[in-house]
Design a protein around this ligand. Structure first.
Ligand code: PHE
Length: 446
């Protein structure tokens, strides 16, 4: 078997983790959630949730993954031999495969829109962008070609491995991503009338805060930081024993949140400047924003940059999702990385074809009332992610010995942690996180 690959530098780990975290969620969901949930009030709640909940779960994934130095399934076999804990790993792999199947379809749309932008399709104010979007996603072959391109570009990075692939490309792509989103943000805030967008995002309004606000913030924090999928777990297994897990997790969370806030500043002021209603999800980026670009001087250039940002953000996330399965196949089936990447991406492409066609010809195929695309989306978001996160914290909090947890999180005593903070982490991992995840699950099921 090939020697186990690893990250070469701390910066490499950070950009790879941030690459996974920064994705479509930061661009098309966070800004809207903030704006409709009390602006700065929401941001404060979001940060608090990261500190007391998301970070401890992230530490748990980091601790278990790095200690085992193995894929997400093999790790449990190694750390808890003879038990059924391996199922946790299999669930995480299934979850990643399902997510990346529909994520790649969206990734394909971003490439399509980038090319449309370069071709000047967003320069006419008379285009009906809703119709253009509906037509783009429902066609039979075009989205398939772009999905294939998207998965192909992810596969190209994965084939090169962890150090020479994921790390090397993230080092270039992530700084570029930040730079480009800052360029768009500067353009956006300098538009006349931009200030109402800034108010929408930042003006604190505690009267909008309800119980749902907390649950929304929680769901967003988990999805955005990619916790509970086995991703941090898998990347952690390539991290050197000397690295400081706590500071790495904190840096990743800061980078992700900072990016989400800059994305808000890039999007909302421009939307408000042209008097358009804000939205979220695909509707925001593929319909609302094209209306903005069409009215903007140099709108085509801005559109091309924006869809490139979207593509890169989705690409680095897809790479992390795929790597969870790729690592599993390499290590458990003892085959080469090349063969594993081929097998995993082939499966994802097949599933992706169904997801894509469910926006068009297969739209009437409904399973439990959802088309295939929505079925994958909902099963992962409402069931698999919370279960995965729950099992991982239960493992770290209850199955793993406390001394081992502390030994790993401090790198064998090398990185000291404030004793009070350590206590908080342990209480959160053992009690708070499992209870809260349980509540989210029940809420999303009913
Ligand atoms: N964190 C990514 C985002 O904010 C999404 C993602 C989910 C990436 C799961 C990888 C795994 O969009």
């Amino acid at each position: 078997m090939e020697k186990r690959d690893s990250f070469a530098s701390s910066f490499g780990v950070l950009v790879a983790m941030a690459g996974s975290a920064v994705g479509l969620g930061n661009l098309w969901r966070f800004p809207y959630l903030v704006g409709t949930n009390g602006g700065a009030a929401f941001i404060i709640i979001y940060l608090a949730i990261i500190a007391v909940l998301a970070l401890p779960i992230m530490y748990s994934e980091f601790v278990v993954g790095r200690r085992a130095q193995s894929n997400v399934y093999g790790a449990f076999k190694k750390l808890a031999p003879g038990t059924k804990w391996g199922i946790t790993g299999l669930l995480a792999i299934l979850c990643c495969i399902l997510i990346v199947s529909f994520y790649s379809v969206v990734g394909g749309w971003t490439i399509d829109y980038m090319l449309k932008a370069i071709g000047g399709e967003f320069s006419s104010q008379s285009t009906a962008f809703d119709g253009l979007f509906a037509q783009t996603v429902s066609s039979n072959y075009r989205p398939l070609v772009f999905m294939l391109l998207f998965v192909g570009s992810s596969a190209a990075v994965l084939l090169a491995g962890v150090k020479d692939g994921i790390e090397k490309y993230s080092k270039v792509l992530m700084p570029l991503l930040f730079l480009m989103v800052i360029v768009i943000a500067v353009r956006s805030v300098t538009l006349p009338g931009a200030s109402s967008g800034i108010d929408f995002l930042f003006k604190p309004d505690f009267s909008k805060v309800t119980a749902n606000t907390f649950l929304d913030a929680l769901g967003q924090a988990f999805f955005s930081l990619s916790v509970g999928f086995g991703i941090i777990f898998t990347y952690a297994s390539y991290v050197n024993r000397n690295e400081n897990l706590v500071s790495m997790s904190v840096q990743t969370s800061c980078a992700d949140t900072l990016f989400a806030i800059i994305a808000g500043v890039a999007i909302m002021p421009a939307v408000f400047a042209f008097g358009i209603e804000p939205a979220q999800g695909p509707g925001l980026v593929f319909v609302t924003l094209p209306y903005v670009f069409a009215q903007l001087p140099l709108g085509s250039v801005m559109a091309a940059i924006f869809f490139f940002v979207l593509y890169v953000a989705a690409l680095t996330s897809a790479i992390s999702l795929l790597e969870v399965a790729v690592a599993y196949v390499i290590e458990e089936f003892k085959i080469s990385r090349r063969a594993s990447v081929l097998a995993v991406t082939t499966l994802v492409i097949v599933l992706g074809v169904f997801c894509s066609l469910s926006q068009g010809v297969l739209g009437d195929v409904k399973i439990l009332g959802n088309n295939i695309f929505d079925l994958f989306d909902k099963t992962t978001a409402n069931i698999l992610i919370p279960i995965g996160a729950l099992l991982i914290v239960l493992f770290a909090g209850w199955k793993m010995k406390k001394e081992d947890f502390i030994d790993e999180i401090t790198s064998g005593g090398k990185h000291k942690i404030n004793p009070l903070y350590l206590k908080i982490i342990i209480i959160s991992v053992k009690y708070v996180a499992p209870i809260v995840i349980g509540v989210i699950m029940i809420r999303s099921l009913i």
